[in-house]
Ligand binder design. Structure first.
Ligand code: ADP
Ligand code: MG
Length: 448
């Protein structure tokens, strides 16, 4: 068992208790650890401990044992170092009490990294990001529901958690319920089995903010859809904000009841598309900065060029690279990156791209012939595209500079190296040029 059970317990308590009660008492509980079926919680004083044990322990145990198959115990200990408003601060001689802001424990329900600050916005997700922000700052006032959809690893969960964090801070009195479509379904099934449908209904229909992640997973589940339909109506009528995420738009949720599907479209539907090259680069730079690493530009570009489908893959690539760097104790270079990411980079990027294909695509873009690419001709209008093709070949394939030279009318490897570094400089300094090259690279990928 892990802290998830405890987080879910807090989640449920926050919907069952008034804000006042939650904030005064439950908020004081700190999870210390979980050992041998006992959840160890600490509180800042004996008084708090006594009151929590008297008033809330029963309820806490009920929730816990509903959530877990094992019989769980709860142990509350007093840890005075935690009381930030205790005498120590008061006797510092300051007339103004030093008040440290207490962090709302409900933030633990959400990934601390999934905030709006850390969400890179670009063409592929700007509507979704802006809508999520607007909803978080004015829950229930604008788009209801907000329906976010997109493929895996593109930031749906990130945005949902960011909404949660923001609402906790801006509207601490709101009851927030975050759940996945699957857990909603399981909760529903358990409630039927245990005959606790009433409290199930109360729980969901009392939320001020309902966040359901991966709602597509309830497709075809009759009872669950029915229950969500009623929950939706209640919350909608009460102007309570709902946000759903899904891997596809409402109209493609084929096994969803029509009445539910149409409701999903009542508010705003926003999609998240895979990031383009610039954005992948931007995201990588931000993640590298967050981790305090330094990675050469060409490595960043290598990753951005080769891992194109989603952001989770970009993160995975960085992790793998850091691990290589740490374990092998080697500087992060393009060569190290190629080695480290060999398995992540799809075969087609490394293996299926031929120099011929690159030459054809570049020739096409620069209006020269394929045979010119292979020739020794020195005319300037041919030399540049040839150098570009060498540069791309080095980037996208595993061929050595000597092998590349052979494909371009038998140039020796120093000529190839010179050409590559010349183009690299231009690529780095000239935005229009870079955009053009990236378009060629994209089209090579699509044809490989
Ligand atoms: P989804 O729920 O759509 O499958 P996630 O929200 O889990 O995707 O995102 C996958 C990973 O990518 C997460 O670690 C998330 O922080 C990161 N991520 C996604 N989009 C962005 C973005 N625009 N900026 C920064 N990180 C992002
Ligand atoms: Mg997700």
């Amino acid at each position: 068992m892990d802290s998830e059970v405890w987080n879910e317990t807090l989640n449920q308590l926050s919907t069952q208790l008034s804000y006042q009660e939650y904030n005064t008492w439950i908020n004081r509980l700190n999870l210390k650890g979980i050992k041998n079926g006992s959840i160890i919680l600490s509180v800042p004083s004996k008084l708090v401990k006594d009151i929590i044990e008297e008033r809330y322990l029963g309820r806490i145990l009920d929730i816990l044992n509903n959530l877990s198959d094992k019989k769980l115990k709860v142990k509350i200990i007093v840890d005075r170092s935690e009381d930030i408003s205790n005498e120590e601060n008061g006797t510092m001689g300051n007339s103004i009490a030093i008040k440290t802001k207490r962090i709302d424990p409900r933030h633990k329900l959400f990934d601390p990294k999934y905030t709006f600050d850390k969400f890179v916005v670009g063409d592929s997700n700007d509507l979704a990001a802006a809508a999520a922000k607007k909803v978080a700052e004015n829950p229930g006032k604008f788009y209801n529901p907000l329906f976010l959809y997109g493929g895996v690893g593109l930031g749906k969960t990130h945005l949902l958690h960011a909404i949660g964090h923001t609402v906790i801070d801006k509207f601490p009195e709101m009851k927030i319920l975050y759940i996945t479509g699957e857990s909603f379904m399981n909760d529903y099934i358990t409630s039927i089995q245990k005959g606790t449908m009433n409290s199930f209904r109360i729980k969901y229909r009392k939320a001020d903010l309902l966040l359901i992640d991966d709602i597509h997973n309830i497709q075809g589940k009759e009872g669950t859809m029915e229950e969500l339909f009623h929950t939706f109506n209640t919350l909608y009528a009460a102007k309570k904000q709902m946000v759903f995420t899904s891997d596809r738009p409402p109209k493609e949720l084929k096994r969803l009841e029509e009445r539910l599907r149409s409701r999903f479209e009542w508010g705003l539907t926003a999609d998240i598309q895979p990031p383009n090259f610039e954005m992948r680069e931007l995201i990588l730079r931000q993640k590298i900065k967050e981790e305090n690493y330094v990675i050469p530009d060409e490595v960043i570009r290598f990753i951005a060029e080769n891992l194109t489908s989603n952001i989770r893959d970009l993160e995975g690539a960085l992790k793998q690279l850091y691990a290589y760097h740490d374990i092998m104790n080697q500087e992060i270079t393009l060569d190290l990156a190629k080695k480290a990411l060999k398995d992540k980079i799809t075969a087609r990027s490394v293996e299926n791209i031929t120099i011929d294909l690159i030459q054809k695509k570049v020739a096409n873009s620069y209006n020269v012939s394929f045979s010119d690419m292979k020739s020794k001709k020195r005319a300037k209008n041919i030399a540049l595209p040839r150098q570009i093709a060498m540069f791309i070949a080095r980037k996208l394939t595993e061929y050595s500079t000597t092998e590349i030279g052979n494909e371009f009318g038998g140039k020796d490897h120093s000529t190839v190296i010179h050409a590559i570094s010349k183009i690299q400089k231009k690529y780095e300094s000239d935005d229009a040029f870079r955009a053009r090259i990236d378009r060629i690279i994209q089209s090579i990928r699509e044809n490989s």
